[in-house]
Design a protein around this ligand. Structure first.
Ligand code: GLU
Length: 486
């Protein structure tokens, strides 16, 4: 997309993963919707790394998330790995910024230091009969200077809490419509922890504000955090961005998508040999639809047709079978050479790279074309092309036994002589083998089956004569001889 510095769009969205694990399908969907919205509106997508949970965050996870987003084909305009005027884009590099905002709130008496220990709060909650304040009883809101001084002397490190006024907050969520929150159930919550690190709520608001985010598009699991975020915006005297909370992605039993439902990370699907284009298309269907039954969309179509209004309030169900089906569709319409190139990691893994590299590009393309409809994921490719490229193939014991009966063996031997003298074009091959059957009073299956086993080492596969043509005369004859020698 052409985005000059004086772009007219002021739409800015962000995807803000916490690097505490591999990119999850549900999060990839959220990233995709942000991407599609930005592309559609000629706006900007920001990638922000929310790594304030230092124990669980890691640089490796951050790297893997970036790689996986790129694999899907989601590009951002600003992020930790690109330039941008609103950086840094990693929260741990922004700690001083949060501190400054926190100090201002403290000065303006919109926040206060709280010295209570976890144990003290728990103990008071136990004693308290006011259930709604369970969590925190706003104890330090009215702390005297003297009391505070005493705690400081004791060496207590305070957290900073935001004063929560009692009121009703109203949000017009672009997916959910009007949502009201009553703050009576929200205690004065922590915005800065005792180690000087902001909480998620505080960092997310400061960043969205400073990065001039116009639309916060995220999962519905964050809807319950939204009142806290609005309270922070209000304390800062700032306007909130627009919110759009996307439905969740669930497993087949409607529980939260987890390992129980199979692979949940994008990486696992990449490693299983899914095509990124198919994955891109599939996750776009998780909570969004055009209203008709259309399910197959190119990237451009998705950008054109995407709108937040068409996002569903109903949770989506992740269906791995459908993803596999869609992957098959993309594989079948892909160019053979592209499939081959994308399969390279699997070919290497299977240890057949040397044999593959001995083939011409034309041969490889022919092989893939012959097998294309059988490829469900790229991981299937090595096993499907192996017998074409390998010098020697192995036979299953049962196949050798089945076809080593005297007459079949003799017939194959005679056929071998015939094959020696003909040109290896599939039409010619088929013609001669059929004629051979006729002349010898054989059913075609009597010869086709053992011939297929001798040439390919398996009982099923692509068109026998097309395969023979691609494998080539020399290798085919050698294989039949070899088979007969058992
Ligand atoms: N870092 C949060 C998460 O990974 C996202 C925060 C947000 O989108 O507001 O769930």
């Amino acid at each position: 997309m052409d985005k000059t510095t004086n772009s007219i769009s002021n739409i800015r969205v962000r995807f803000a993963p916490s690097p505490t694990g591999y990119l999850h399908i549900g999060n990839a969907r959220t990233a995709l919707f942000n991407y599609l919205f930005a592309q559609k509106t000629k706006g900007f997508l920001i990638l922000r790394i929310e790594d304030t949970d230092r124990e669980r965050s890691s640089g490796e996870y951050e790297q893997s998330i970036i790689e996986d987003l790129k694999w899907i084909g989601i590009q951002w305009d600003e992020g930790p790995d690109t330039d941008g005027h609103f950086g840094p884009y990693r929260q741990t590099e922004r700690i001083e910024i949060y501190k400054e905002f926190a100090e201002n709130l403290l000065k303006e008496k919109k926040a206060y230091y709280c010295y209570c220990t976890k144990e003290e709060i728990e103990e008071r909650n136990k004693q308290s009969s006011i259930e709604k304040k369970a969590g925190y009883d706003n104890n330090c809101r009215t702390l005297t200077e003297q009391q505070a001084g005493k705690y400081i002397k004791e060496g207590r490190k305070p957290v900073l809490r935001l004063i929560v006024p009692e009121k009703t907050l109203v949000v017009y969520d672009l997916v959910r419509g009007k949502v009201e929150f009553n703050t009576s159930l929200i205690n004065d919550f922590v915005i800065m922890k005792s180690d000087g690190i902001p909480t998620y709520h505080f960092a997310v608001v400061i960043d969205d504000l400073l990065m001039e985010i116009s639309h916060v598009i995220r999962g519905e699991d964050h809807l319950s955090n939204t009142p806290k975020h609005i309270l922070i915006y209000e304390a800062l005297g700032k306007q909130t961005p627009q919110f759009a909370h996307m439905s969740m992605t669930l497993g087949s039993d409607r529980s939260r998508l987890s390992k129980r439902h199979g692979a949940t990370s994008v990486r696992a699907y990449k490693e299983e040999g899914y095509l990124p284009e198919a994955f891109f298309n599939y996750i776009s269907l998780l909570g969004w639809a055009t209203g008709d039954d259309k399910e197959i969309f190119s990237r451009e179509e998705l950008i054109n047709e995407f709108s937040i209004e068409k996002c569903s309030k109903v949770n989506a169900i992740f269906d791995p079978k459908k993803l596999l089906w869609l992957n098959g569709i993309y594989i079948r319409k892909e160019k053979p050479l592209k499939i081959f190139q994308a399969s390279m990691p699997f070919i290497k893994q299977a240890g057949i790279l040397d044999d593959v590299l001995k083939q011409s590009q034309e041969t490889i393309e022919k092989i893939i074309t012959l097998q294309q409809e059988r490829i469900k994921t790229l991981k299937d490719v090595p096993a499907l092309i192996e017998f074409f490229v390998k010098e020697e193939i192995e036979y299953k014991k049962e196949d050798i036994e089945k076809f080593s009966e005297g007459t079949i063996k003799n017939m194959l031997k005679n056929l071998l002589n015939e094959l020696t003298n003909i040109e290896f074009k599939h039409e010619i091959l088929e013609d001669s083998v059929r004629k051979f059957c006729e002349q010898n009073n054989l059913k075609t299956s009597d010869i086709f089956h053992p011939l297929r086993v001798a040439v390919t080492g398996r009982i099923k596969g692509p068109g026998l004569f097309e395969a023979m043509e691609v494998i080539g005369k020399e290798k085919v004859l050698k294989r039949i001889e070899n088979f007969l020698s058992y």
